[in-house]
Design a protein around this ligand. Structure first.
Ligand code: DHB
Ligand code: FE
Length: 282
């Protein structure tokens, strides 16, 4: 039977992909951010997950304003990176696990989450940057797990409620645990924390709110699920809606988790960057 071993959060800022491509990990601007990752890589090397469920938000690449699924699940054999960003070297395709994807889709729809299934899905920095952070050299790192991308709409309102994001994660947990193969699964929640890239409040970051979120996500995700969507935009900025991914991830981990590692660094580009490793208990 499939097991969920833990969850990882990270910002997915495109500038990180650029810093990786240029080897800037020890640069004074970047070092406090990149220093968060070796302990998480050590945990991954010890536990060797077979599959990474990568919960991210598409930024207008795979989906655009003309068609915007609220929740979408990848069901492809591989996922191409077509991110526009920063002139970084092209990455190869990321291998998927179509059989597991279809099981998850069947189970979610059975649980009345009427998602969009995607047999073809181009992925952007929301998906690729975290894979590169956790598995350096990805997609060419032989230890990199197969990926199942799951995207929620944070681009075009109405976005899903935070309570719905948490409920989605819990349904995803039931879906994964009912997969008969004996595999280990890690769940990524990518994006956030507070940031606003445009409009009058461009550059807005709310450190106090970010740190409160990093506390609550461990033992009290319900407190986060009670935040209203417009309240989230006020507190975290218009792109701080990416906190939805953290709630979806957290729902998939079950009731009890152990926080093994965390880092908060601000700013990276325009964003409060929160990195966490939560291990499932029991
Ligand atoms: C930035 C952050 C994001 O989440 C994103 O998708 C693009 C850019 C930034 O801070 O630059
Ligand atoms: Fe983003």
């Amino acid at each position: 039977m499939a097991r969920i071993i833990g969850g990882l959060t990270t910002s997915h800022i495109p500038a990180i992909g650029n810093a990786i491509a240029r080897g800037l990990q020890d640069d004074p601007y970047w070092k406090p951010f990149f220093d968060a990752y070796p302990p998480i890589r050590a945990w991954l090397a010890e536990h060797r997950p077979d599959v990474a469920i990568n919960i991210y938000n598409d930024h207008g690449l795979g989906f655009f304003l003309d068609k915007m699924p609220t929740f979408a699940v990848g069901a492809a054999h591989e996922y191409r990176n077509e991110d526009e960003g920063w002139g970084i070297p092209e990455l190869g395709a990321f291998p998927g696990d179509a059989a597991l994807s279809w099981h998850i889709i069947e189970s979610l729809v059975d649980q009345e989450f009427d998602i969009t299934s995607c047999q073809e899905l181009a992925v952007d920095h929301g998906f690729t940057v975290p894979m590169q952070l956790f598995w350096p050299g990805a997609p060419d790192n032989p230890d990199m797990p197969r990926a199942v991308p799951i995207s929620a709409n944070t681009v075009q309102h109405p976005i899903p409620k935070l309570s719905r994001a948490l409920a989605f994660g819990r349904a995803l947990r039931r879906a994964i645990l009912s997969w008969p193969e004996d595999i280990k699964v890690v769940v990524l929640g990518t994006g956030g924390l507070s940031h606003q890239l445009d409009g009058e409040r461009a550059g807005f970051i709310n450190t106090e709110f970010d740190q409160w979120c990093m506390e609550k996500i461990v033992d009290d995700p319900e407190a986060l699920a009670r935040i209203g969507r417009m309240e989230l935009v006020e507190k975290a900025g218009s792109q701080g809606t990416e906190l939805l991914m953290w709630l979806m991830m957290r729902g998939a981990l079950g009731d009890r988790v152990r926080r093994l590692h965390q880092n908060y660094h601000v700013p990276v580009s325009n964003t409060g960057a929160g990195t966490m490793l939560l291990e499932c208990v029991g």
